[in-house]
Design a protein around this ligand. Sequence first.
Ligand code: 13P
Ligand code: SF4
Length: 309
Amino acid sequence: MDYVAGIQKLKRERNAIILAHFYQESEIQDLADFIGDSLQLARAAMKAQADVIAFCGVHFMAETAKILNPAKKVILPDLEAGCSLSESCPPEIFEPFRRLHPNHIVVSYINTSAAIKALSDVICTSSNAKTIVERLPKDRPILFVPDKNLGAYIQKQTGREMVLWQGTCIVHEIFSERKLVSLKESHPQALVLAHPECQEAVLRHADFIGSTTGIVKFAEMNPAQEFIVVTEPGVIHQMTRKCPDKIFIPAPPDNECPCNQCPYMRKNTLEKLYLCLRDLTPSIEMDESLRLAALRPLEKMFELTDAQG
Ligand code: 13P
Ligand code: SF4
């Protein structure tokens, strides 16, 4: 079965657009109409004109697409493509916790379910978290949910008082500081590019910290020839395409595996993408009252970032 040809044919027949995150397998990225970080994907989904959005990413991303563009059919190749951060924060545990902090502004990372978004004041992504937090009223403390590493990084950057939910990304949490230091020793010219979901001990070795798009752009613009990449290695596919002469070295995790792929992102395959375009299932369905409640903090995010540039 030629899935590539089959997907291209179905895409035309269904009038579908394929949106893919950088952590998808290379074959999926090569078929995508648009590849980006969480924020860019949310914007692309919001603007999509096609009848069907085939979302090659994880569940919270596809759900965000549905919240922002409800008239479209949003399909996800594998409904089980979750996220450890989103799963770390169930609404029935978060809701009473939030009530213990009535004066706090709830800033939720986009890596959360619609139910958590509905309980939040504003959403952020790794690319705009610092700007969002800086633009919140200075006299109010912040409850940051659910990534404790991103939260600690933003807290340090902004100096704002923050209560941090103790969630982590199972991928970024396990990069090894010891192995990173030894990699830097064997590649003294290489710059270290890291995602802010990494632990502080790893981030302190970074020359650049940013979202997946930020990491790709930095490598493109910086004259250095060698980079150690401390995020999911799927991102290296676009880095190599944009800069074929540069060297990208994936940072190793603190276990026996040589690379550190996200098991949720990698649930999507070409075969599942083909099947979901053929059958238009699994799709994201949502109660309208939940959608509207989750839309409010997403709109707040756009308002805080767009209006003030
Ligand atoms: P980005 O918004 O940087 O693409 O991050 C998404 C994500 O899930 C990182 O693990
Ligand atoms: Fe979630 Fe981490 Fe996978 Fe990103 S890499 S989707 S944060 S588990």
